[in-house]
Design a binder for this molecule. Structure first.
Ligand SMILES: Nc1ncnc2c1ncn2[C@@H]1O[C@H](COP(=O)(O)OP(=O)(O)OP(=O)(O)O)[C@@H](O)[C@H]1O
Ligand SMILES: [Mg+2]
Length: 231
């Protein structure tokens, strides 16, 4: 497999997996990388957004609900693309385990509450088991998602760090544009490249690139990366 595989997973529903995958996909496409999507969530959220005919529909997407076809599907796409981004269901299932087994990096979105941290821990344990099973390192990072208030997020960040859940410095703040983008099957990077939401995504993407082993220099020109205050 030439391409790198990023999987968004957490057994906590609604934490921001599909949003993160859609937005990262459009960011990396925007800097000139080839990107393919895999939706292995029976609810098919990403597949629905993709079908709206917006910017997301320009990317190849495979809806793969047969867990036994997961690894061949990812391998096939990774042969032909720089990046394969996989969106998992909001509950632990076998498809998630296989996707994690094929991942270079697993991104675990976490909202700022105890239940999210608990499910992040469970998901990280799946990553550890998959890593042992496949006898290769699989990197896992948490990313704070849908962040509303700075004070609460700092506490969650501490909790994650204490449990070895390694939160990214960049975070996905709660912004209306992330929600709006889903109706258009698009992403902030495309709808409003100068927006705070687009800057959030760029910052997350740029922090993940070295973990994936991607060249640090983006292929075209990067959006300015910074962690923006919540608006
Ligand atoms: N950073 C954000 N700011 C505002 N709204 C967000 C953000 N991230 C996600 N949302 C909204 O929260 C909801 C859940 O997000 P999303 O579907 O990405 O989560 P998920 O983890 O994929 O959920 P599921 O477990 O059901 O698959 C959606 O309505 C989405 O638009
Ligand atoms: Mg989802």
């Amino acid at each position: 497999m030439q391409g790198k595989v990023l999987v968004a997973a957490t057994s906590k529903g609604g934490a921001g997996k599909s949003t993160t995958i859609a937005c990262l996909a459009m960011y990396w496409r925007g800097v000139g990388r080839t990107v393919a999507l895999v939706d292995c969530d029976p609810n098919q959220t990403l597949t629905r957004w993709h079908a709206k005919g917006g910017a997301l529909s320009q990317l190849p997407l495979r809806t793969q609900l047969d867990e036994h076809a997961m690894i061949p599907t990812i391998a096939e796409l990774a042969d032909e693309h720089d990046l394969v981004l996989v969106d998992c269901a909001g509950f632990g299932n076998q498809a998630m385990v296989f996707a994690i087994g094929a991942a270079n990096v697993v991104l675990i979105p976490v909202m700022a509450d105890e239940a999210n941290v608990f499910e992040a821990l469970r998901t990280r344990k799946v990553v550890e088991s998959a890593s042992r099973l496949t006898r290769r390192p699989i990197t896992a990072r948490t990313v704070l998602s849908r962040v509303k208030r700075a004070a609460v997020v700092e506490h969650t960040r501490d909790q994650l760090a204490k449990r070895g859940l390694e939160p990214l410095t960049a975070q996905m703040n709660d912004r209306v544009l992330f929600q709006e983008a889903t109706f258009y099957g698009s992403s902030p990077t495309v709808l409003d490249p100068a927006s705070s939401a687009a800057r959030d995504i760029a910052a997350v993407a740029i922090e993940i690139e070295p973990l994936l082993g991607l060249a640090v220099e983006p292929v075209v020109s990067p959006a300015e990366a910074e962690v923006s205050p919540v608006t």
